[in-house]
Design a protein around this ligand. Structure first.
Ligand SMILES: Cc1cc2nc3c(=O)[nH]c(=O)nc-3n(C[C@H](O)[C@H](O)[C@H](O)COP(=O)(O)OP(=O)(O)OC[C@H]3O[C@@H](n4cnc5c(N)ncnc54)[C@H](O)[C@@H]3O)c2cc1C
Ligand code: SF4
Length: 515
């Protein structure tokens, strides 16, 4: 009676529910070509996952598990999950399969096919590394007309007891976001995240990635990511001690030459399982209790994890596999090439693309208000910008990428996730960053060839989607502002937007060229 326990590349946690299982078991870990190639992931992301998998397999063996590990180049590797399960069932004479529920619909559908195909019982175990189970989210959602993140977050605060005292939020406010939009003064000392020198296992993986995936986007080296749990804990401790105290204040800022600011740089480790949510938020809460970090920083950080992270996962499963099909704004433009090359005069975009190529990382506001915002303003087809976001970030997995891009950033779901589109003009980027002073465009000019393109594009976006958006209570001020411009300035603004869009590479289809 041998149970096969497949551990997927984003399930690298020793506390994984399936590993609390039967003694007569073989853990199966496989590097499969299909997974590394279904989108052409950033080279650093593939290296992170394969190296972390190989290290995790060693740790499981040290803990006494029998681990069957199939490397990408091993003879006979079929290149697909299902093919590798089939071979392993035969190799080990497996009588059952026990697997933790996967992170995405595509893989769930694949696992659903295993029981009939192999004529074995397949036990799907809930992934309790998340703080809100799929069933609990479904129950929460069923009782509501609108799925508002802030409501969910408060529920999670009560449920976890984090930053709560006698049933009330510590500090008497649930959300201190208003305190977290400061512009950093010059000369702040930004802490670099810890760097980890590649060991022999990682070096082998880097060679493999260079050989097999060298044409994918992104710089493979230098590679200094954590690839073991011990290293990921060092990264977490470093964040808590050094960056968390200022995480809140400068959370939304963009500073040239500073990639990481006071961000945690742990999403990539949490999403593959090297860190789990509960230990991360407990560490932040403990820093607050010790007086090592202020409430605005700790509340802001905890909200990102027990609020946003759990909420987007809940939305992903709640919305179903068809979520990605909607296109509420009818966007059909091709993604400009400069999202890959960085070859554009738009300095905010060129700088963000340069960073992501090098580090497989941009922080939240670059993703939302620069890269996502621009794609929405020019009307990029949701599937194309979603694929880009899934490819370029080391922390990108569909369950978290899709709601953030399709819902929050592109409003392609028509408002299931966000109450309004996150659209902004150049003034927002100028306020939050120091890019504009060095840009070829003038952020103060509204129209014309030298004006910051975000300005006219922002108004053109609102004008184009007036029928859909004008009833939105959070946008009436913007439409009021647009109406007060008067017909001549409106026409000049829209002509300026059209002239800019005509310069974009790639054909525009549908409305993007229409009046
Ligand atoms: C368009 C867009 C796409 C995104 N794609 C991804 C993605 O593919 N994978 C991903 O993990 N995050 C994604 N995010 C959320 C967020 O930008 C990243 O989690 C964050 O930048 C990771 O960097 P960090 O670890 O330094 O996190 P910090 O900025 O320091 O935040 C701390 C942690 O909070 C969590 N978190 C914060 N915001 C979110 C959010 N909106 N959704 C989920 N978790 C959140 C993450 O676990 C993160 O590590 C996206 C956001 C946007 C706007
Ligand atoms: S001026 Fe406009 S395009 Fe240039 S950096 Fe500022 S927001 Fe970006």
């Amino acid at each position: 009676m041998t149970t096969l326990i497949p551990v997927l590349g984003d399930q690298l946690s020793s506390t994984l529910a399936s590993l609390r299982g039967p003694a007569e078991a073989v853990v199966l870990m496989v590097e499969v070509f299909d997974e590394a190639r279904y989108v052409k992931h950033h080279q650093k992301k593939i290296a992170l996952i394969f190296s972390a998998m190989r290290h995790f397999a060693e740790e499981l063996r040290d803990a006494g598990w029998t681990v069957d590990y199939v490397k990408l180049d091993d003879a006979g590797n079929t290149g697909s999950f299902t093919g590798e399960i089939e071979r392993a069932v035969d190799r080990h004479g497996a009588t059952a399969i026990r697997v933790v529920e996967p992170g995405e619909w595509r893989v769930l559908e694949m696992i659903d096919g295993w029981a009939p195909r192999f004529e074995l019982p397949v036990e799907l175990v809930p992934d309790d590394r998340f703080l809100c189970s799929r069933a609990d989210f479904a129950e929460w959602a069923a009782a509501r007309k609108r799925l508002i993140m802030e409501d969910f977050y408060r529920e999670m605060r009560k449920r976890t007891g984090l930053l709560m005292a006698f049933g009330k939020p510590v500090g008497a406010r649930w959300n201190l976001d208003a305190d977290n939009r400061k512009v950093p003064p010059r000369g702040l000392n930004y802490p670099a995240p810890p760097a980890f020198a590649p060991d022999a296992i990682t070096r082998d993986v880097l060679d493999l990635v260079a050989r097999r995936f060298g044409a994918h986007f992104g710089d493979l080296e230098p590679f200094d990511f954590a690839v073991t749990r011990t290293q990921a804990l060092v990264a977490l401790d470093h964040f808590i001690a050094v960056a968390l105290p200022r995480f809140g204040d400068y959370q939304d800022a963009i500073v040239e030459g500073q990639v990481f600011l006071y961000h945690a740089i742990i999403g990539r480790y949490m999403n593959c399982g090297l860190l789990v949510a509960r230990e991360v938020v407990d560490a932040a809460a403990a820093a607050f209790d010790r007086g090592d970090a202020p409430l605005n920083a700790v509340e802001g950080f905890i909200r990102q994890i027990i609020g946003w992270r759990e909420y987007v996962r809940g939305i992903y499963w709640h919305a179903g596999p068809g979520y990605k099909e909607s296109n509420a704004l009818g966007a059909t433009r091709d993604l400009p090439d400069f999202y890959w090359t960085g070859d554009t005069d738009l300095r905010c975009i060129a700088q963000s693309v340069g960073q992501v190529r090098e580090h497989a990382y941009n922080h939240h506001i670059q993703r939302l208000m620069v890269l996502g915002n621009f794609a929405m303003l020019i009307g990029v087809e949701p599937a194309q910008i979603e694929e880009w976001f899934l490819v370029v970030y080391a922390d990108a997995y569909e369950w978290v990428e899709l709601p953030n891009v399709h819902g929050m950033s592109q409003f392609a779901d028509g408002g299931l996730l966000g109450s309004k589109p996150y659209a902004g003009g150049g003034a927002y980027i100028d306020r939050m960053s120091d890019h504009c002073g060095r840009c070829r465009y003038d952020v103060k000019q509204k129209t014309g060839p030298d004006a910051c393109p975000f300005n006219a594009l922002y108004w053109d976006f609102l004008a184009r989607h007036r029928d859909l958006l004008k009833g939105n209570s959070r946008l009436w001020r913007m439409y009021d502002g647009w109406d007060r411009l008067g017909p001549d300035r409106q026409a000049a603004t829209r002509a300026s937007a059209r002239a800019f869009m005509a310069t974009l590479p790639g054909p525009a289809r549908g409305w993007a060229v229409a009046e």
